[in-house]
Design a binder for this molecule. Structure first.
Ligand code: 5GP
Length: 175
């Protein structure tokens, strides 16, 4: 499959994705049994993962979409930006940040730091995909769907230059 200048091939099937999302949702349900977590999915990439995750988690919960942007094309720009769109009260809340993919992990470490400084009860990360570089980083997600090598992926919410978010499977760039 070709999108703009890049060729992609299928990497993780929709069936495998569904099974993994259920697995992550089960872990969260166990861990937050007597709590009402506030999910903060980070737009745009996590919209599909978040929608599937919160439906499988079957807990009383709140969901509030937030946004930051530090990524263009296929390489992280390394710019750190803070969250926008956070209009829920997060004081004393158990926050679960929902991310599509952690690459360097830089963007999220800034966000976690910011949320922790605002009187939250707890802050954890659920990332659908973690790349190898993110495994080295100090801020680690409590919940991880798939660990992958350092390759560019799209589909299931993830885009390449705005395209491919609606693909049901995950694809990776073919070299
Ligand atoms: P980090 O701050 O961890 O380096 O960058 C994380 C963000 O970069 C993700 O939220 C995502 O938007 C973008 N990103 C990182 N790797 C990929 C990738 O392989 N494919 C796509 N589509 N986006 C990626």
């Amino acid at each position: 499959m070709k999108i703009k200048d890049l060729s992609f091939r299928k990497f993780i099937s929709a069936e495998k994705i569904e099974a993994k999302v259920k697995e992550v949702a089960n872990q969260i349900r166990e861990d937050y049994r007597d709590k009402t977590p506030l999910f903060l999915p980070i737009l745009n990439g996590s919209f599909i993962f978040a929608a599937d995750l919160v439906r499988h988690v079957e807990l009383p919960c709140r969901v509030s979409f937030v946004k930051h942007s530090s990524y263009q094309g296929t390489a992280s720009t390394g710019q750190l930006k803070t969250l926008i769109g956070l209009n829920e009260s997060i004081f004393n809340q158990d926050i679960i940040i929902v991310e599509d993919i952690m690459d360097t992990g830089l963007t999220l470490s800034k966000v976690v730091e910011e949320l922790r400084s605002l009187g939250t009860r707890s802050v954890e990360i659920a990332t659908f995909i973690r790349k190898s570089a993110a495994r080295e980083h100090a801020v680690q997600p409590k919940y991880v769907g798939f660990d992958i090598d350092d390759e560019f992926v799209l589909g299931y919410g993830l885009d390449y230059e705005g395209l491919g978010r609606n693909l049901k499977d995950i694809y990776k760039a073919a070299h």
